[in-house]
Design a protein around this ligand. Sequence first.
Ligand code: GLU
Length: 557
Amino acid sequence: MNQQTIDRIQSLLLSDVTLRSRQDIEASYPPRGLAADAIVTRSAPSPTGFLHIGTIYMCLLNQYLARQTGGVYMLRIEDTDKKREITDGIAQIVAALNAFDLVPDEGVKADGSSYGAYGPYLQSQRRELYLSYAVDLLQKGRAYPCFATKEELDASYTAQQAAKVRPGYYGKWALWRDRSDQEIAAQLDAGMPFVLRFKSNGSHDKRVGFDDVLKGHLELPENDLDVPLIKADGSQLPTYHLAHVVDDYLMKTTFVLRGDEWLPSTPLHIELCDALGIPRYSYAHFAPISIMDSNGGGKRKLSKRKDPEADVQYWLNQGYPIEGIKPYLLGLADSSFEDWYRANPNKPLADFRISLKKLSASRAPLLDTAKLDDYTKEYIASLPIEEFEAELKHSTNKAFRAALNNADKQYLTAVLSIERFGDKRRKDIAKWSDGPDQYGYFFDELYEADFAPQIGALLEAFDTTTLTDVCKAFFATYDPDDDQPTWFEKLKKAATVTGFATDNKAFKADPNAFKGNVADFAKILRVKLTGKDRTPDLYTIMQVMGIKRVKARLQVL
Ligand code: GLU
């Protein structure tokens, strides 16, 4: 292109912004003056949909790596795809980071305004910067306008398929790479829109090497794609490629931690840095969180479309406590976390140091709900009873909330205290939505409505006479003042009287001689009392329920 064409393209690119010299721009982003080993990280989500659990994972890693080295953790919102942007996308990201205690040192607030000296951190507000760098490439002969229509690009792709060659806009397939000034002028005269493309000097047959912080030394084919730098959609916003290279340079990011889906683009980003005379970045490509496919497809990346678990809100809606999700995510990143967590139950999570070695070993960390449940159960079990009660009272289940609020204070405390202290702490609540199922039966209205209806099915193996006999025989000897061993001795006696075996050997030897064993006898009482076949210790339940309630539920009239 001759200078006249270049200048004409430049003035179109800068139609509504003023060109700033790189010198001027770079002077306003001075060195950060941090220690040499301080890590400056950034998370760069796009506000284009629900918040992915992977974004929280990435922010967590960024926050830890920055904090533990005395660095800075930034949030940059990549809102250059205006078509895909959702309403409240930014506010959602910011709210989730607040909730997870992952507030960045510098970044964007819910209203889109920036805080921090290296902003703005909202890409749509950085347009003049990108355009200034794009113009720099244009003036250096490393960018050119492309007027190819969608149909022309599709036709080129079809031809590449027919010729069995690598698809993409490169070499002789780069339709506007070597056009004459006249051809370009004709398009401009006709007012045709254009994409500004990078002019790659790379060769796919050569390799470019770089040291990935997590994956080690890698050699990938050089970039030879003339990728778009500035979009033609009228927004004059940059593509991710240009925005990433410019932003991380100006914001002084020392460590680009990003999903490994960007690995194939890294040679392009290296070439862009070289073309702009920007030092190459230190990249850390991490494996995305995976899931076991429920249809037997093996381990695969969590999919935004297929897996509700990918959405952070899915976990929050069910009442998973953030304080339990966070340690789980740390454990996914660094396998030594679990031991540290057990050894330091009272230390703040912020004291843990993530090791990059461990992180690199954690290839495609697997989202394992059972394991997550272990963490959240542990957390909920560790809460002081007042906090536990307050959280349960926030239940989204209206009837349960009402039952808790109307309950006698002493009764409620006794209920919630069951197996909450000492070594044998009860760990059956993984999320707050488990509350009604685990505690509802203590409250008569809920017992009648939700639990009693299950009794028939749970005890269908026994006939009605047996059920009545069991309840009567037990209640005849029941004394709430008995200690547990005495209670159990009496229970065994009642079992014998009603034809249940108390000697397991005898039962095994001839099961038909009995109505069941002592566990079956206890099960009948348990189910009658609670509408469930798995509950905390039966003796304690009776103690807490009180004799009147026990009698009513065993229907011993
Ligand atoms: N906006 C990009 C994404 O959401 C950011 C990638 C990066 O961290 O550089 O994938």
